[in-house]
Design a protein around this ligand. Sequence first.
Ligand SMILES: N[C@@H](CCC(=O)N[C@@H](CS)C(=O)NCC(=O)O)C(=O)O
Length: 287
Amino acid sequence: MSDNYTPPKVWDAKSAVGGKFSNINRPTAGAREERNLPVGDHPFQLYSLATPNGVKVSIMFEELLEKGIKEAEYDAYTINIGEGDQFTSGFVEVNPNSKIPAMIDQNNGSPIRVFESGSILLYLAEKFEQFLPKNAAKRTEVINWLFWQVGSGPYLGGGFGHFFSYAPEKLEYPINRFAMETKRQLDLLDKQLKDHKFITGDEYTIADMAIFPWYGALALGKLYDNSAEFLAVHEYKNLQRWANMIKDRPAVKRGRVVNNNWGDEDQQLKERHSEDDFKNINLDNVY
Ligand SMILES: N[C@@H](CCC(=O)N[C@@H](CS)C(=O)NCC(=O)O)C(=O)O
């Protein structure tokens, strides 16, 4: 790699190596291996990993169950994206885009596949009529912020987080570019949360569930080593207040450990099939 890169006339995949996760990247879509996914007995099958995008959905399931909605019972299986599980034929049938999270609603024998974290949150919110207001203006505002998160998150994750933590060398230009945008997003959320208890008002909704695992975790110093200091996240007081409120929700703590396969053993629930599975998990310190 050099400081003065001149792009060739036609890009060549062989030259695009380096950095965390680069070993699984290829410029083609589709299955690389024949392998079926496991299927449990519950109405919903979740194929995921405890990354910020993944935990949005496990938090939603745990919040539905916390409300006593037994029809939201789910089996969760870990998709190890570092090992390429997302490129197996079974996973690609559920999500042709090969990214977690992906879900099947068994729907009494007429399965419906749902992929993209935002789409899954909306699907479950509509199915159970929870965490999404019925009033048109309020509902639209929740969807505005849900789409904001799925559109903005990649600047934080794929942009700032990638160049700050994962890239093979520290490069000033992309770190500056994405730190600028990330700080702007943090300021936006801080301003929004100044006169709103939750993201869109007095109600906790799927917008909070989508935004917390990224921007809440960043504000709490749980994303990308040393980034909290670098981005001075303590300055965003309203965001801090909201993040500290959301992190203490029991369903958020449970959702965070589902499909977690790294860190302390007592915070890893690789498969989740019932509430009993949390018995050996320490939920005190997950965020
Ligand atoms: N827009 C997608 C993004 C999903 C996504 O980027 N998932 C990552 C993990 S956080 C993934 O599966 N990466 C595997 C890969 O890129 O091969 C969503 O919100 O669901």
